[in-house]
Design a protein around this ligand. Structure first.
Ligand SMILES: Nc1ncnc2c1ncn2[C@@H]1O[C@H](COP(=O)(O)OP(=O)(O)O)[C@@H](O)[C@H]1O
Ligand SMILES: [Mg+2]
Length: 391
């Protein structure tokens, strides 16, 4: 018992010290401590300035990796390991390029990262397939020996874009079908009624004056309905677009828009504008429709302009208004994805390899769309193919 007393006192002292240390760590008074380990002293940092960032990187959903100058992984977070279906330990020392389908493209991206931050879309390999991913790279050290890579799984984004694109195709087809149906069946029936009315009118002397007047009224109502049906059918799918091309179809649409909305609109199309592939023509036409509908519904502008410029192998469409601009609280969302209208437009443009940009402030809004264009020869071939498809 007496022999144990000094040992007990020492243990109690150590326990007290440990308790002091723990409470100092808890209160933030200690940010590192040294531990004697078999291979020597080791410093454990508790809360350096980097700690919030490490926690962020460790827990974020995006994959993150740090590469050495050979492109080998020296750090990767749990999300990246989960994304490629491997353990974090097994990825250390592995060149990141072996996880990418196009190794050459990835190598190029890493080289560019030495000069500036850069990003690219590539397929990330998994054990049983691959996923589309965005790789954002930047150099993390001044001697360019470490590169940070953020990897975003684009599967859901691509699926959404595909659904939007598919919806648009279905909608385009359905509009075209409805336009024809209205024109061919309802339009023909109305034409027959108009002819019958004309025959009755020719013999109106056999009718009482009141009834003869009703026949006249019916005649003008049928004319009105015929015009309405034609306008609806043409708005659903302008026949001028297929037959005469964009410039005429746009002028026709904009004339109607001015009449309906009482907004002044100008249209500028260069002379000798060649036919374009049907997908491109319909994309531009629908974009103008959507932009002008937005000008009418949201901008409060009394005028707007539509400009089409063809510059080499690129087509540029610009729709500008001088209205109130997109509300500030909506701007971020509109810029990244947009409402149904702008989003659909953006997806359609993206599918054709183009870009859509929106500039908006209290002085007005400008939507600029750029589309690559194919030579006219393949445009007419495409059109023939599409007409066959529809027929
Ligand atoms: N020309 C414009 N002027 C002012 N606001 C606009 C304009 N175009 C779009 N917006 C704003 O951006 C939003 C998104 O537009 P859009 O994607 O076409 O969807 P929707 O027209 O169905 O609301 C609109 O609700 C509107 O607030
Ligand atoms: Mg809209």
């Amino acid at each position: 018992m007496t022999n144990d007393t000094p040992k007990l006192a020492a243990d109690l002292w150590r326990l007290h010290e440990a308790e002091e240390t723990v409470s100092a760590i808890r209160s933030g008074a200690v940010d590192a401590f040294v531990v004697q380990e078999p291979e020597g002293e080791r410093v454990y940092a508790l809360a350096t300035a980097d700690l919030p960032y490490s926690v962020l990187v460790e827990t974020m959903q995006q994959g993150a990796a740090m590469l050495d100058r050979n492109g080998e992984i020296i750090y990767c977070n749990a999300s990246l390991a989960a994304l490629v279906g491997q353990t974090r330990e097994s990825l250390i020392g592995v060149p990141l390029k072996v996880l990418v389908a196009d190794q050459l493209a990835f190598q190029k991206l890493l080289q560019e990262a030495e000069l500036q931050s850069c990003e690219g879309e590539m397929q990330l390999l998994q054990a049983d397939g691959m996923v589309p991913a965005k790789f954002s790279c930047r150099s993390l050290s001044s001697d360019k020996s470490t590169v940070g890579v953020l990897i975003t799984d684009l599967t859901t984004q691509k699926q959404e874009a595909d659904i939007v694109a598919r919806l648009q195709q279905v909608q385009d087809g359905e509009r075209r079908r409805l336009a024809r149906e209205l024109h061919d069946s309802v339009g023909q029936l109305l034409a027959s009624i108009a002819m019958n009315i004309a025959r009755v009118r020719a013999e109106s002397d056999k009718l009482s004056p009141e009834v003869a007047e009703l026949v006249i009224q019916n005649g003008s109502m049928v004319n009105e309905i015929t015009n309405e049906i034609r306008t609806i059918s043409h708005l659903l799918h302008p026949p001028l677009l297929d037959e005469m091309g964009l410039p005429l179809a746009l002028r026709w649409y904009i004339d109607g828009f001015m009449e309906r909305s009482k907004i002044r609109a100008t249209v500028e199309v260069p002379d000798g504008f060649d036919r374009l592939p049907p997908d491109t023509e319909i994309a531009v036409f629908r974009a103008v429709q959507e932009c002008l509908a937005n000008v009418h519904r949201h901008s409060g502008s009394s005028s707007c302009s539509v400009k089409l410029v063809r510059d080499g192998q690129e087509l540029q469409l610009q729709v500008e208004d001088s209205g109130s601009g997109i509300p500030k609280e909506k701007l971020a969302n509109v810029m990244s994805s947009g409402g149904v209208g702008l989003r659909g437009m953006r997806e359609r443009v993206r599918r054709l390899g183009g870009t859509l940009a929106i500039a908006s402030n209290e002085q007005g809004t400008t939507v600029t769309i750029k589309l690559p264009i194919q030579p006219a020869k393949s445009a007419s071939r495409d059109r023939a193919a599409q007409n066959e498809e529809v027929a």
